[in-house]
Unconditional design. Structure first.
Length: 151
């Protein structure tokens, strides 16, 4: 099995595991692995906050999910990782309506594209910031470039 890369030529440490016996209706791989040499990055929940710390798009689950993904992408970059290095996600949605969960999930799913990592989607009662409806947690695995040989 080949290891995908994200356009920068750097391979991903993550290998998505498919199941031929579990339901094919899930929109994600059922498991993912990373090799022993990978550095793990555990990301805090990405919130729908702008640069000033204000919650964006009150009342809009999809728009908040998009901001969460943008913030997650920045946190990954700061850790030396990319979306394709993500091993798993947890998507929290403050709602008891399945349609709201689906609206947030579709944004997250689309952001990951073919790198459909294992994910958990949860409806919760409340999240930490005023007007916050969505939060996305992630774990990533990174293969760091080996140090250049001394000359």
């Amino acid at each position: 099995m080949t290891t995908p890369s994200a356009g920068d030529g750097r391979p991903s440490a993550v290998r998505l595991v498919r199941s031929s016996t579990l339901s094919p209706t899930a929109e994600y791989a059922y498991a993912a692995t990373a090799p022993a040499g990978a550095r793990l990055a555990f990301l805090a929940g990405s919130c729908p906050l702008d640069a000033a710390g204000l919650t964006v798009a009150p009342g809009d689950h999809a728009a908040q999910a998009a901001q969460c993904i943008a913030n997650l992408g920045q946190a990954l970059a700061d850790a030396g990782a990319r979306l394709i290095d993500v091993v798993s996600t947890r998507v929290l949605v403050a709602s008891s309506r399945q349609a709201d969960l689906v609206a947030a999930w579709e944004v997250v799913r689309d952001a990951f594209g073919d790198h459909d990592v294992p994910s958990t989607l949860l409806g919760v009662t409340v999240l930490g910031y005023d007007d916050q409806l969505v939060e996305v947690e992630a774990v990533a695995a990174v293969l760091d470039d080996p140090a250049p040989a001394a000359s």
